[in-house]
Design a binder for this molecule. Structure first.
Ligand SMILES: [Zn+2]
Length: 88
């Protein structure tokens, strides 16, 4: 799998995790503690996996320099800013 595809998957996981946390504001009205608990766990796991995968894979495959973890214009780069190789 290419670096960019893994990155897209990571961002999906990250936003899915955030969505789980924000949706607690809705489910809290139903008073189900179990549902809130599940949302917190799923949010933490999905956010955690996303950060760990980013640490491991969001880097240049040629020179190994790590890119910014946060969602930034780095996500649109075509060439590595460190070594100039094309990133796929
Ligand atoms: Zn590079």
């Amino acid at each position: 799998m290419s670096v960019k595809k893994i990155r897209k998957f990571n961002l999906f996981l990250l936003y899915f995790g955030l969505f789980c946390f924000f949706s607690i504001a809705i489910t809290v009205n139903f008073g189900s503690l179990l549902l809130i608990f599940i949302q917190i766990i799923v949010g933490l796991i999905s956010g955690g996996i996303s950060v760990i995968l980013s640490f491991i894979f969001w880097r240049c495959p040629y020179c190994g320099e790590r890119f910014e973890i946060r969602h930034s214009r780095m996500d649109k780069i075509i060439f590595c800013p460190y070594c100039g190789q094309k990133i796929e």
